[in-house]
Design a protein around this ligand. Structure first.
Ligand SMILES: [Fe+2]
Ligand SMILES: [Fe+2]
Length: 328
């Protein structure tokens, strides 16, 4: 208690202290009660002192509990900060990697970064939570990491590559998987996205020629994002295709290459943005305003979504009943 009195000595000078009760919990002083004169002016009886000591024990325990809670909260806060730092380090590293992959391919500048962003849009449109959506973005950013081991002249060939070169290029999903597998990702699907991002629902894709249900969901997302970017950017042997045509292509290939529910989510997000339902400019920022606001695109999106939109069993049964069996 000595340091306490040394600090507060002056404040006690003018006050009369009749009773002093140290609050001791597990052999440690956690506080003290100072009482002045009783309001009646009487001296404190032994009974009074017993009551005050009993109260003091409760107050002491409460102080210890409060200190413990404060310490726990402090630790939780420190852990949260540490976690956030690690998370942003991870994401920065992933983005730096994506930029490194893109550097190798001079014709498709920014491809990995865009595929990451398109994958993120698809996941968000599916209603995924923030963390999973971030995971989808990471899978997109890293999907072509295997290209780092493919010869630069094959990646940058200004002509359609031959069979041998194409076999070399087609190794990149498997290599990407090997590269990503030993890394401890917060999202375990990231290596799978790299491995299977060139698979198609109809089994005509490559790596393992998987069919619809065998393909990991994340790989289907990245496949759609990847193909969409390929169609909407200029390639050395192929110019960027108009947005309307790209929408038609996605519709035509839904069920063959792309998962239909992903196509509708993606196009639904695009339509929402073009109709101005929200102030987001995700597509316009990535593809340019003129490109996205070309004439007829909104109508094309609407009719595509209408044609692809699911019919509920209830609507179907009711319509069939009216068509086939008129009610008498
Ligand atoms: Fe790829
Ligand atoms: Fe790609």
């Amino acid at each position: 208690m000595l340091p306490f009195f040394q600090v507060y000595d002056s404040s006690f000078e003018r006050r009369q202290i009749e009773l002093f009760v140290p609050l001791v919990v597990r052999d440690e002083i956690v506080g003290a009660i100072f009482l002045g004169e009783k309001a009646t002016g009487d001296v404190y009886t032994n009974y009074d002192k017993e009551i005050i000591c009993a109260m003091g024990r409760h107050v002491g325990v409460a102080i210890v509990q409060r200190n413990l809670m404060a310490a726990i909260e402090r630790h939780a806060e420190e852990n949260r900060k540490l976690f956030d730092e690690m998370r942003s380090t991870y994401h920065d590293t992933v983005k730096a990697f994506a930029a490194a992959i893109d550097c190798k391919d001079k014709y498709t500048e920014g491809h990995s970064v865009r595929v990451g962003k398109f994958s993120e849009i698809i996941a968000a449109e599916l209603g995924w939570g923030n963390e999973e959506t971030e995971g989808a973005a990471v899978a997109g950013y890293l999907h072509d990491v295997g290209k780092l081991t493919v010869e630069r002249k094959i990646i940058n060939a200004p002509y359609r590559i031959n069979a041998k070169e194409s076999a070399e290029l087609n190794r990149h999903p498997g290599v990407g998987y090997e590269i990503l597998l030993p890394i401890h990702h917060p999202y375990t699907d990231v290596p799978l996205a790299a491995k299977y991002h060139h698979e198609r629902l109809d089994g005509r894709g490559y790596q393992d020629g998987l069919y619809d249900r065998e393909i990991p969901f994340i790989a289907k997302i990245v496949n759609l994002a990847d193909s969409f970017d390929a169609m909407t950017t200029d390639r050395p042997y192929k110019a960027r295709r108009p947005a309307k045509e790209v929408v038609e292509d996605l519709q035509r290939n839904a069920g063959k290459q792309f998962a239909p529910e992903l196509v509708t989510s993606f196009l639904g997000g695009m339509l929402k943005e073009l109709k101005g339902g929200n102030n987001e400019k995700r597509f316009r920022r990535l593809l340019g305003r003129d490109y996205m606001e070309a004439e007829g695109i909104v109508d094309r999106l609407k009719s595509t979504l209408n044609e692809m939109g699911p019919t509920t069993p209830m609507t179907y049964v009711a319509a069939a009943a009216i068509d086939d069996k008129p009610i008498h």
